[in-house]
Design a protein around this ligand. Structure first.
Ligand code: HAM
Length: 433
């Protein structure tokens, strides 16, 4: 282990960067985040989902029990730590388990079912960083808990599709499958085991290990992705029991009726163990499931795993860094952040107090304004306003100070006009471009 150099010179010269796999959101990125959050809120409003939040960390057992001991997330991706009281906690690697924990803890099964909730916030996985894969990322997700009818599955897929449609992204694909339930899945897993038995040497080391612990993950093998072994593996869709088949057929007929396009992908292997029946992902054009924008599915057994009576549920979560990267890649227009309407410039430091007062009065009247500060020359203040993209400069020179007026300069046309100070706000609000 390399020890950090603690000499005083090293301490003085050390520079810091954000931890590997994390992302700073800069002011110029913010319009994208606002745009995406507005779209998420509108989708949730239209579908009647209410926002919910849970703590950023939870008992580590909550995740290992539900997400699954033999998953990448639990095996090697959780940020686990002991607090000073000795409790073992994990930064949330996903939200579904926490939402279900909260559903039980707050007796939400006594409310009208299904309980429809959404969430938005930081999520943590210790993964090898690469394009679109971070150690802290943001998920927007929705969960409908307490209803097993396939119409809720259709609602869930429709909702994710509505969100992406609202963003204006093009050429996305919904990949859909059913992974059966405890009635039919064991026989399918057996079929997979016999299929893979003599082909393990063609898979990655992780998959060779998972042959015994999590056979369905082999369908997602990184070495053989879309390769000859995986593509000829038995299909779960040929192994569904009658109930799972009916459920899946109903979902497909509802999606067809609503005109929501999807591609069947019987090899869709979600990275979490709690799924039953419906699973889906939304992927951007030209990329595989490793870069899904959004993923979800039904998890009818999860709440039972948490010690309560069986409660069917379904949901999805979208990764927002990837979503925003796709918006940028597709040059999707997003509303820009509106620059302040006015820049109050003063000719001498004698006018500084009057400039602050005028700026403050404008803000009280709902006009966004900045004051030129720091004793810059009038010319420098004009340049500053220009650099900030502010269209109107309000000049307080000696003459204006003496007469209680302001000179309003339009930086794009060069037009100037002097008006009484009380007339500035109405002038700006009426003529805002
Ligand atoms: P997930 O597929 O693990 O599902 O994650 C959902 C989305 O989060 C992914 O499609 C991806 O966009 C994003 N994501 C995941 N890991 C990363 C990462 N390291 N960096 C950037 N983005 C990432 C779940 O988390 C389930 N809880 C979804 C769900 C909700 N199922 C039912 N309800």
């Amino acid at each position: 282990v390399k020890r950090p150099d603690s000499s005083s010179k090293a301490r003085r010269t050390r520079t810091y960067a954000a931890p590997r796999g994390t992302l700073d959101i800069l002011p110029e990125d913010e319009p994208y985040w606002r745009f995406v959050q507005a779209a998420a809120e509108e989708t949730c409003r239209l579908f009647g989902y209410r926002r919910m939040e849970t703590p950023m960390f939870e008992d580590v057992g909550l995740f290992s029990r539900t997400v699954g001991e033999a998953t990448d997330i639990v095996e090697k991706e959780m940020y686990v730590f002991s607090d000073r009281g000795g409790q073992e906690l994990a930064l949330r690697p996903e939200w579904t388990a926490n939402i279900c924990r909260a559903y039980l803890q707050h007796g939400m099964h006594n409310r009208p079912q299904p309980v429809r909730v959404w969430y938005w916030g930081p999520t943590f996985r210790y993964q090898r960083p690469q394009a679109g894969r971070y150690r802290q990322f943001t998920q927007f997700g929705c969960e409908a808990i307490g209803e097993g009818d396939p119409s809720i599955d259709a609602e869930c897929v429709e909702m994710a599709w509505d969100f992406y449609g609202r963003l204006g992204l093009r050429d996305l694909r919904i990949e859909l499958s059913s992974i059966g339930d405890p009635t039919c899945r064991p026989a399918y897993q057996e079929a997979l085991r016999s299929y893979y038995a003599d082909k393990l040497d063609r898979l990655c080391a992780d998959c060779q290990r998972r042959y015994d612990t999590n056979i369905m993950r082999l369908l997602d093998c990184k070495t053989d992705m879309d390769g000859p072994v995986t593509s000829r593996a038995p299909s779960i869709l040929d192994h569904l029991c009658a109930d799972c088949r009916d459920h899946f057929d109903a979902l497909r007929s509802y999606l067809d009726e609503m005109g929501i396009p999807y591609t069947l992908n019987p090899r869709l292997a979600r990275g979490l163990d709690y799924y039953t029946r419906t699973v889906f992902e939304i992927t951007p054009p030209g990329e595989g499931s490793q870069s899904s924008l959004c993923g979800g599915g039904r998890y009818d057994g999860l709440i039972e795993l948490l010690g309560s009576r069986p409660t069917p549920a379904i949901g999805f979560a979208a990764g927002l860094e990837r979503t925003i990267a796709t918006l940028r890649k597709q040059s999707t227009p997003v509303p820009p952040f509106p620059e302040p309407t006015a820049y109050v410039a003063c000719q001498s430091s004698a006018a500084a107090a009057a400039a602050l007062r005028l700026t403050s009065d404008l803000r009280k009247k709902g006009v966004s304004a900045l004051a030129g500060v720091g004793g810059r020359s009038l010319k420098a203040q004009m340049r500053h306003a220009n650099a900030l993209g502010i269209r109107r400069v309000l000049i307080l020179g000696e003459d204006e100070l003496a007469k209680g007026t302001v000179t309003v300069r339009d930086m794009t046309t060069g037009e100037q006009k002097t008006v009484p100070r009380s007339k500035v706000a109405p002038l700006l609000t009426h003529r805002r471009p």
